[in-house]
Design a protein around this ligand. Structure first.
Ligand SMILES: Cc1ncc(COP(=O)(O)O)c(C=O)c1O
Length: 390
């Protein structure tokens, strides 16, 4: 009877032990600190001879439950939860890198991660070399004797490119470097990078994990000894997830699979609709046959995710007009919400980059990103159709 449980079951039944009140659903432990029975209990707890909560900057029952679920979902050994996805990414680098180390990263990474590489890590003498999303054959040339980490996201934000995780895993193993994957767009329900050799997987829990646009969160899971370093870094620098957010997020994970199934179903229909529209040049969705990495997406993802990117004819002007014509879909910086969200990176998030720099990371002037929500798909399509033709 000790068989490994299915994803959906772990998401619900991986739960803290009940208290003396026999609650069915885990309560919220809003407490900054915890008490000890006596001096010896306190000594042994601080010496980590006992697994006890000491202080919520270190651990808290609600964050533990959330972490345990993500660890089970990703097939990881251990994990730690953070206030945001960026806190998870920065703490991972902070804990695992030393001055003089080098990173090889895909150039198509989330904007703030890119800023870490270009503005902050160089302060500690940590440099990054980049490979383009379609030039994975160049990765090995970029690896140096001081390279410590190979870093990538898949699918990428915002252009929805797909990287071959099996290939990245093989390269990292061959060169004895760590593979770190940001699995935010896929979620642990759609893809498990550890299966392909990732040492650490990071997430912004703010996106599909919460799924309802309420709380911020981040999590890093992976090999026990690496997570231990990340935990010690976080314990001393203070980016811990709040117990309240962990409580919300742990309950959100109970419904992750059914929500993501529906998001993906809607997103595929939206992508298929967009492909047929005049005025739309290219639609990128991992499970569309026309996606350049369709076969790889099929191999490593259960479904295609909820993000669709497309190229609108007419560049920046047409992109802005399209956004202005939307009646229902939200213009918002988030993604992975129940509400469909549309963004135009060239005129917003990436407007400070030159056209050349934007093109380096596949952001064309007419690129529109749709985070497909859970409204009825006909209503989403009607809104997009109206905005395209108005
Ligand atoms: C791929 C990816 N990674 C990391 C982050 C950062 O997450 P957070 O906003 O929770 O810090 C985001 C946010 O949009 C993201 O899209």
């Amino acid at each position: 009877m000790n068989k490994k449980k299915h994803f959906e079951t772990e998401a619900i039944r991986e739960q803290l032990n009940r208290t003396q009140y026999s609650e069915h659903s885990t309560p919220l432990y809003l407490t900054s600190s915890f008490v000890f029975d006596d001096a010896e209990d306190m000594r042994a707890s601080f010496a980590e001879e006992k697994e006890k909560n000491l202080y919520s900057r270190f651990t808290n029952p609600n964050t533990t439950e959330f972490i345990d679920k993500v660890v089970a979902m990703e097939g990881a050994e251990s994990g730690y939860a953070f206030a945001t996805g960026m806190a998870a990414i920065f703490s991972t680098f902070g804990a695992l890198l030393n001055s003089g180390d080098h990173i090889v990263s895909c150039s198509s990474v989330f904007g703030s991660t890119h800023t870490l590489f270009t503005k902050y890590l160089p302060k500690w003498n940590i440099e990054t070399s980049y490979f383009k999303v379609n030039e994975t054959d160049k990765i090995e040339e970029l690896i140096q004797s001081n390279t410590k980490i190979l870093y990538a996201e898949s699918p990428t934000n915002p252009a929805v490119d797909v990287l071959d995780l099996e290939l990245l895993g093989k390269i990292a193993k061959k060169h004895g470097i760590l593979l770190i994957i940001d699995n935010c767009f896929a979620t642990p329900y759609l893809m498990n990078p550890i299966k392909y050799g990732a040492d650490i997987v990071v997430h912004s829990a703010t996106k599909l994990m919460d799924g309802q646009g309420r709380v911020l969160g981040g999590v890093a899971v992976g090999k026990k000894e690496l997570i231990r370093e990340i935990y010690l870094f976080a314990r001393n620098t203070g980016p811990a997830m709040s117990p309240f957010n962990a409580w919300v997020l742990s309950k959100s994970l109970e419904t992750l699979s059914i929500r993501v199934d529906k998001h993906c179903d809607n997103a595929l229909k939206v992508a298929e609709f967009l492909e047929k529209q005049a005025g739309v040049k290219q639609v990128k969705y991992p499970f569309l046959k026309s996606h350049p990495k369709y076969e790889i997406a099929k191999k490593q993802m259960r479904l295609g995710g909820n993000i669709v990117a497309f190229e609108i004819d007419g560049g920046i002007k047409a992109g802005r007009k399209f956004l202005n014509n939307l009646q229902m879909c939200s213009l918002s910086a988030n993604l992975g919400d129940t509400r469909t969200i549309v963004t135009h990176p060239a005129s917003t998030t990436h407007s400070k980059l030159s056209e050349e720099d934007r093109l380096e990371v596949s952001i064309t002037d007419g690129l529109v990103r749709v985070s497909v929500g859970l409204e009825h798909v006909d209503d989403i399509i009607n809104d997009l159709n109206f905005a395209l033709n108005a």
